[in-house]
Write a protein that binds this ligand. Structure first.
Ligand code: B4P
Length: 192
């Protein structure tokens, strides 16, 4: 099994790169952001629960997010592995993911690829996406900056979890999309 965690601040290119890796390795992308947005769009009970967090650019509580992930894995089994895009975002989520992979698949995270991008470039990219994405959290610069702050306060620390396991690789996320895909592929080849 190849279980890749794609890590990085909002706008670092996780979702963009996950699409390419999914096709190449036949490992489905699981984007917790996309799953939440699906629930928002379809006005589900979960969507109503997470809307206020997402609109403000705050993280959704761990328990809600992890339960959604477990449901998704149960409904989409794949023995090749997965690309986790946007999960884990807290240490509690990283610990939960270790437990889930061990219990369900007798397996573990293979590699964590962390995209490194300067904050001002992140803001620029997200404002640009906001012109067409229709995402409430991409339109307002204050909300974008709050998401980046939330990343440094709650998410960046997850690096320690994977560094301890020797599974942390940083990749320069500035450059063309193809260049970054190639750097990610080179890192993945090392663990295949
Ligand atoms: P996400 O959907 O994960 O949103 P994101 O951080 O903006 O990343 P995304 O993957 O979409 O963007 P990408 O960097 O590819 O999360 C949204 C919200 O959901 C969170 O704020 C939170 O509320 C909630 N949530 C999700 N997961 C959670 C969890 N685990 N726990 C709690 N809450 C959770 O791309 C950004 C833009 O950059 C795009 O327009 C792209 O075209 C562009 N881009 C990408 N690569 C580029 C490059 N190399 N050069 C130029 N532009 C590039």
């Amino acid at each position: 099994m190849l279980n890749i965690v794609l890590f990085g601040p909002p706008g670092s290119g996780k979702g963009t790169q996950a699409k390419f890796l999914e096709e190449k390795y036949q490992t489905p992308q699981i984007s917790t952001g996309d799953l939440f947005r699906y629930n928002l769009k379809n006005e589900t009970e979960l969507g109503a629960l997470v809307k206020s967090y997402m609109d403000k650019g705050h993280l959704v509580p761990d328990e809600v997010t992890t339960n959604m992930l477990i449901d998704h894995l149960d409904n989409n089994p794949n023995t090749n592995g997965y690309i986790f895009d946007g999960y884990p975002r807290t240490t509690a989520q990283a610990e939960a993911l270790d437990k889930i992979l061990a219990e369900k698949y007798d397996n573990e995270v293979s590699i964590t690829l962390a995209l490194v991008v300067d904050d001002e470039i992140l803001v620029e990219r997200l404002l640009e996406r906001g012109k067409t994405s229709g995402r409430a959290d991409d339109i307002d610069e204050k909300i974008i900056r709050d998401r980046i702050t939330e990343y440094y306060e709650k998410t960046a620390i997850v690096a320690e979890h994977y560094k301890k396991q020797g599974k942390w690789i940083e990749i320069d996320g500035v450059g063309s999309i193809d260049e970054i895909t190639e750097k990610l592929n080179a890192a993945i080849r090392e663990v295949l």
